[in-house]
Design a protein around this ligand. Structure first.
Ligand code: PMP
Length: 382
């Protein structure tokens, strides 16, 4: 039998040969967009801190005050003694912001999806999931033991066909999608998905990780489709909100069920108090300043207009390179010019679609975006 050491070394060598080996690089994010890496100061277009709130003085002050008052950790799962008063406040804020009856905060967005999905469906049920949905929706689906069917990306007719064919032979049906697709930046047609789900008695789960704080005056992707019934709205506090944690906004009954049965909620330590306090302060700022929330998309649109690319629908703009080695080389060329744009490679994206994933922030100036566009232009021609 292959030893553990040989197994790991062989796997690593295989990844290296395909341009898929990954490595860490210590990064000091000096503010929202300027970072220091390997002694270099770089302008980053790879952070998901879309509003720069991770460094906002009010957000930092709230986190520090919470450490003083409640300590560095929450000490136990929320159902035991980890439920600081901040958690209820945060959940009430999230529910009000999303227009749902209640909300439940999890340790992270990944943990949220890994807990939500198996709480709702299992063997004998069907999950229909967009092929480009985030890895944690796939992880939750696998954990649930339900049959999982891949939906062609954003293809509402395909969804209708699947549900017409399968609805009669399964018990419960969950349809899972990103609201904003994390590696492509496009939006799910949530209004049409909601209609089809309603017609077939299926439950729609939308992951708004990249919508909260940056679309629809900060309310997120679902709010772009007023009237669309989306009973399960999850997301993260780690992107535009600038901190850490995940959430589900839903009805009182669904949230009650999560608190009793979602394994990543019940068996995992509660979010640190500082993270809850930071998120509350960040949500205050988001609610106060719609012009801040609008800026990342405006910057993304400045970029797509400058290069004649399809108009950005979110602050995420992919520049597809294809080959992993070529994507790494493109990223290196930008870095030589002081720009940090990380290459995203398989298996995060499909084989042959390695890319530069550009994320725009409210903190980028128009001049900085123009500088990036000029640096990317020759890569498009290549
Ligand atoms: N969903 C999507 C669409 C994401 O992009 C991410 C973050 N990469 C997550 C969920 C996971 O959120 P978190 O980072 O809070 O675990």
């Amino acid at each position: 039998m292959l030893s553990l050491e040989s197994f790991a070394a062989e796997r690593l060598a295989g990844l290296e040969a395909r341009g898929q080996r990954r490595g860490l690089e210590a990064t000091h994010r000096a503010d929202g967009v300027w970072v220091e890496r390997g002694g270099e100061r770089l302008l980053s277009f790879s952070c998901n801190d879309y509003l720069g709130l991770s460094h906002h003085p009010r957000v930092k002050a709230a986190a520090m005050a919470a450490v003083e008052t409640y300590g560095a950790g929450s000490g136990a799962s929320r159902l035991v003694t980890g439920d600081t008063p901040l958690m209820g406040q945060l959940e009430a804020r999230l529910a009000a912001w999303k227009g749902t009856e209640d909300a439940c905060v999890f340790g992270s967005g990944y943990l949220a999806n890994a807990g939500i999905i198996p709480t709702l469906v299992g063997p004998g049920d069907l999950i229909v999931i967009d092929e480009l949905a985030h890895a944690c929706l796939w992880a939750g689906s696998k954990l649930s033991g339900a049959e999982t069917t891949r939906l062609r990306h954003n293809d509402v007719e395909h969804l209708d066909d699947i549900l017409t064919e399968r609805r009669g032979s399964v018990r419960r049906v969950l349809v899972a999608t990103d609201g904003v697709f994390s590696m492509d930046g496009d939006l799910a047609p949530l209004d049409r998905l909601a209609e089809i789900c309603a017609a077939h008695d299926a439950w729609l789960l939308s992951d708004d990780a990249h919508g909260l704080g940056v679309l629809a005056e900060g309310h997120g992707s679902a709010a772009l489709f007023p009237g669309a019934a989306i009973p399960l709205q999850m997301g993260t506090l780690s992107k535009a909100v600038g901190g850490y944690g995940g959430y589900l906004c839903a009805s009182r009954a669904v949230i009650g069920l999560m608190r009793s049965r979602a394994r990543t909620f019940v068996y995992s330590t509660g979010l640190p108090p500082a993270s809850a306090a930071a998120a509350i302060a960040a949500l205050d700022i988001i609610a106060e300043d719609p012009s801040l929330c609008a800026r990342p998309l405006a910057r993304a649109r400045q970029f797509t207009a400058a290069l004649g690319l399809p108009q950005a629908q979110s602050p995420i703009v992919p520049v597809i390179i294809g080959d992993s080695h070529a994507a790494l080389a493109a990223s290196r060329r930008l870095r030589e010019q002081g720009l940090l744009v990380v290459a995203i490679r398989p298996p995060t994206v499909a084989e042959g679609t390695a890319r530069l994933r550009i994320a725009f922030s409210a903190l980028h100036s128009e001049a900085e975006v123009a500088r990036l566009a000029e640096a990317v232009r020759p890569l498009l021609a290549a």
